[in-house]
Design a protein around this ligand. Structure first.
Ligand code: NG6
Ligand code: CA
Length: 515
């Protein structure tokens, strides 16, 4: 019994006792491995099997051809922190006011006492691990972490047996990997200091020293102009790090090597892996061997790198004979963005490619491309091969769906917004949810039903100054689109459909009022 279960059991003993599913009771234990590969900012149209142009993604496409590909799958938000929060906790991030895009020295946003997806698997006897981008805070208190010592709280407190992660994003300090709560390869000769408030004396800043940005230039006037690490400007100030500092071009390799090692070490017991890639978030800086492979510059090459990583995982599963007993999910935390603060020319090099896959919108915003994401599920023999599902599904439901699969019971209050949609995620229920809720960067909520999309009125800029070319879609008036006739959300038909508008508002009112 782990610490959390012991602690919670005192409060809710009956509900927490992990129970066996009927299949398990009969001895026919069904405990497939589960790997969620969560890409970063990978758009609905960025993969070959979703119609990408120029860039080829043979490894992802092979997974899709052996599994089910979803065309109406949603992250809960069009930015990272709230999206990941909901996936791992089964609670809408907008229920809390501290779940927006996190700084790199945020404290733990998921609190140790919360029941997480990792807890669910751990309680079912799985080995659990997280790799790559975290962006959900570490340590007890934001801004007060000592990065030169074990962090007092981290992923071990929310159900992960092992973790090898980046604290936040590639563009935020600290630029080091953290393994089981300690800086990996910590360098005693270069103690780490991090601040999001003030610079460290003697450390050059990107805004004053563009000549030191030898790997990637920050877009002038937009940001990423504080610490310089590996010739790239970052958000936040940092000092030290020495040999522990990452090299952006090696991040995918580092994450992959650690994930493969974990798979091999756990090949004889069920495992759950949350594999969150740095690709294709900025700074896009893939390894040399992927350069020039997409013809679309660094962003396209980062997609090639992402696809390589998927191939490395599937080959390892094949080599170990684990493919048939592993549920593999490939998805993204939010939609695509082109200009996101570095001069990688992503917008000019598209050459006909549409990262949004013909949907309107982008990361940060309210329109469909913000939160409708690629989602592929492969479980040989269980999930239909080569199928396309139109079911409406949301990341927030994966938690309860796995709960049902494992036959475990949810502690009271656990995963409050997560509903069992196992049969939809397994490709058997063609309809899925009645509606999904999407959250934009300014917390505007949208509701999508099968035919309609409603965006609540909100105040905010049409475009963020720091993400030029991306539309937010914020408007002071309600927006309603008929996705059946207008899949690109071009014509606001709110005025003509008062009944639909009322129904959509009621959905939001009800959800907001609950829990
Ligand atoms: C923005 C950053 C952007 C990215 C984003 C979070 C600037 C100019 N822009 O503030 O680069 O880090 O936050 O992205 O700093 S996310 O995918 O993690 O949500
Ligand atoms: Ca993201």
């Amino acid at each position: 019994m782990n610490r959390k279960i012991a602690a919670c059991a005192a409060i809710m003993p009956a509900a927490l006792v992990p129970s066996l599913s009927p299949a398990q009771e009969k001895g026919g234990v069904e405990r497939p491995n589960v790997i969620i590969i969560l890409a970063d900012d990978l758009g609905y149209g960025d993969l070959g099997c979703y119609g990408a142009r120029n860039v080829v993604t043979p490894n992802v496409d092979t997974v899709a051809s052996r599994g089910t590909r979803f065309v109406n799958a949603y992250a809960t938000a069009s930015v990272s922190t709230p999206s990941r929060y909901s996936l791992l906790t089964g609670q809408y991030a907008w229920r809390r006011n501290d779940t927006d895009i996190a700084v790199g020295d945020a404290g733990m946003i998921i609190r140790p006492e919360q029941y997480t997806m990792a807890d669910l698997f751990k309680n079912a006897g799985y080995s659990t691990a997280a790799f790559g981008k975290w962006h959900l805070g570490l340590g007890d208190k934001g801004g007060e972490q000592d990065w030169n010592a074990p962090l007092p709280s981290g992923l071990g407190d929310i159900g992960f047996d092992y973790s090898y992660i980046m604290a936040a994003t590639g563009d935020r300090v600290p630029c080091v990997f953290i393994e089981n709560g300690k800086v990996a390869d910590w360098d005693p000769s270069a103690p780490i200091e991090v601040s999001y408030k003030k610079p460290f004396e003697g450390e050059p800043l990107a805004k004053d020293h563009p000549e030191l940005l030898y790997n990637l230039k920050s877009t002038p006037g937009i940001g990423h102009n504080q610490a310089i690490v590996n010739g790239i400007g970052r958000i936040g100030y940092m000092k030290g790090g020495g040999r522990a500092l990452w090299k952006d071009e090696n991040i995918a390799d580092s994450i992959t090597v650690h994930a493969l090692k974990f798979i091999e070490e756990n090949k004889d017991r069920p495992f759950f892996i949350y594999l969150a890639t740095n690709d294709v978030h900025v700074p896009r800086f893939p390894h040399e061997r992927f350069r020039g492979r997409s013809g679309m510059g660094l962003r396209g090459d980062a997609i090639v790198e992402f696809d390589w990583m998927v191939g490395a995982v599937t080959r390892e599963l094949d080599r170990l004979g684990l493919a048939d007993n592993t549920i593999l999910i490939i998805t993204s935390d939010n939609g695509p963005v082109l200009e996101d603060g570095y001069m990688d020319d992503a917008a000019n090099l598209l050459n006909g490619h549409d990262p949004a896959g013909n949907l309107r919108g982008n990361k940060y915003g309210v329109y469909e491309a913000g939160a409708r994401v690629p989602a592929i599920v492969r479980w040989p023999g269980k999930v239909t091969e080569g199928a396309i599902s139109e079911a409406l599904v949301s990341h927030v439901d994966l938690f309860s769906s796995f709960g049902v699969l494992l036959g475990g019971r949810m502690p009271r209050g656990g995963a409050p917004d997560s509903r069992n949609s196992l049969s939809a995620w397994m490709g058997r229920d063609p309809s899925g949810r009645e509606y999904v809720i999407e959250q934009a960067n300014n917390r505007t909520l949208s509701v999508r039903t099968r035919d309609w999309k409603y965006v609540e009125p909100s105040d905010g800029p049409a475009e963020y100054s720091w993400a030029p070319g991306s539309e937010t879609g914020y408007m002071k008036v309600p927006q309603l689109f008929n996705l059946k006739t207008d899949p690109r959300e071009k014509v606001n038909v709110a005025a003509d459909n008062p009944d639909v508008l009322r129904m959509m508002r009621e959905i939001l009112d009800k959800e907001r009022g609950e829990r």
